[in-house]
Design a protein around this ligand. Structure first.
Ligand code: NDP
Length: 333
């Protein structure tokens, strides 16, 4: 059984690829350059037999994607532009995200062997980015970020635009299911921050993916203050990789959307979990006395808990394991 994973070299993509391989699936990873494929296989030579790569420089290239899906049974689509430093809202963020999702749906529709597609969406597609921590609000799978396309195109705030890109990409996938009624089903996951040990090849500590960089900065920058918490929830990357792989064959997950938050993610808790576990490195972390978590929105994740056998990894373990891998990487690089 072969699973095509887009963004295979990314933080979540790599964790998902490794979970699939550990469970005996064959994996075809889609990456943008040969260099990324080589770096992955160099780090994980034990998987050279079951892990192949397709090099597709633009993931909106439908022809190229179609050409590599003949022997594919499932798709997990994790690739999406996740950067907060881009120039053109439409060309660099909105269009690739949305077209990327549309192309995946169109390709799957042309391949009768493909049974199910899992799409990594985001809490960004769920919550209203203008409402901040919104104490007292409990989000469910019925909630959608209310941003309009016009607002996203005109916004000067890359974070806001990124959130909208996830909204429109997920919507495009559901619209396809509604309008075309294809032979395959989909599952979308809407995770908040994804933290945990990075398993992808890391070129340098200054080129980490956004969410890992966010934590690493708090643990290593020696900043004078712990930054205020903006996104107060998280899921461990290993939990999400597990869910995405489970969803391929879980009949309950057919055409379902899931919130998936394992724990809250208050920045002071992140920094202090690190300082306690690694006292020898504590002086490098952001400074400041511990402030108790404030009130913030929650997500009702009971649907995922009901449909999957999931035990969420608590923030403390996520951060301790994450920091262990990051400190080891730093020594090697
Ligand atoms: P990464 O940046 O580590 O991975 C993103 C992947 O997508 C990379 O493989 C990247 O390729 C690929 N990609 C980005 N833009 C393009 C493009 N224009 N064309 C082709 N491929 C592209 O991020 P994460 O692993 O954190 O993110 C994975 C998914 O999870 C994304 O869909 C993201 O929106 C979602 N998500 C992430 C959260 C987080 O906290 N990390 C939170 C919620 C959702 P390359 O390496 O070549 O740039």
């Amino acid at each position: 059984v072969t699973v095509l994973v887009t963004g295979a070299n990314g933080f979540l993509g790599a964790a998902t690829v490794l979970e699939l391989l550990a469970r005996g699936y064959r994996v075809k990873g889609v990456v943008r350059s040969q260099h990324k494929a080589d770096a992955f296989l160099q780090q994980y030579p034990q998987y050279a037999t079951n892990l192949k790569f397709a090099i597709i420089p633009s993931f909106t290239d439908e022809k190229a994607l179609l050409a590599v899906t003949l022997d594919v049974d499932y798709i997990i689509h994790t690739a999406s532009p996740f950067s907060l430093s881009f120039e053109d809202n439409v060309k660099d963020c909105l269009e690739p995200a949305v077209e990327g999702a549309r192309v995946i749906m169109r390709v799957a529709a042309q391949r009768p062997a493909i049974r199910h597609v899992v799409i990594t969406s985001s809490n960004a597609a769920v919550s209203d980015p203008t409402k901040g921590l919104a104490p007292g609000v409990v989000f469910t799978e019925d909630d959608w970020n209310p941003t309009s396309w016009e607002e996203a195109v005109a916004s000067p705030d890359p974070g806001y635009v990124y959130c909208a890109s996830k909204l429109f990409a997920e919507r495009a996938a559901w619209d396809f299911i509604r309008d075309k009624k294809p032979h395959f089903s989909i599952t979308t996951f809407c995770p908040p921050w994804i933290f945990g040990p990075p398993m992808q090849p890391i070129e340098s500590m200054s080129k980490l993916n956004e969410s890992v960089a966010y934590v690493w900065d708090m643990l290593s920058s020696g900043a004078d203050a712990i930054p205020p918490t903006v996104f107060p929830l998280m899921i461990d990357v290993r939990d999400l990789a597990n869910l995405q792989v489970d969803a391929l064959t879980n009949p309950k997950a057919k055409n379902q959307r899931y919130l998936a938050a394992g724990d809250s993610a208050w920045n002071d808790d992140i920094v202090y979990a690190f300082k306690e576990a690694y006292p020898e490195y504590a002086s490098r972390a952001a400074k400041g006395a511990y402030q108790k978590p404030g009130l913030h929105y929650e997500q009702d994740c009971s649907k995922a808990e009901r449909d999957f056998e999931i035990e969420w990894t608590p923030l403390r373990k996520t951060i301790v394991d994450m920091a262990g891998v990051l400190l080891a990487n730093e020594k090697e690089l």
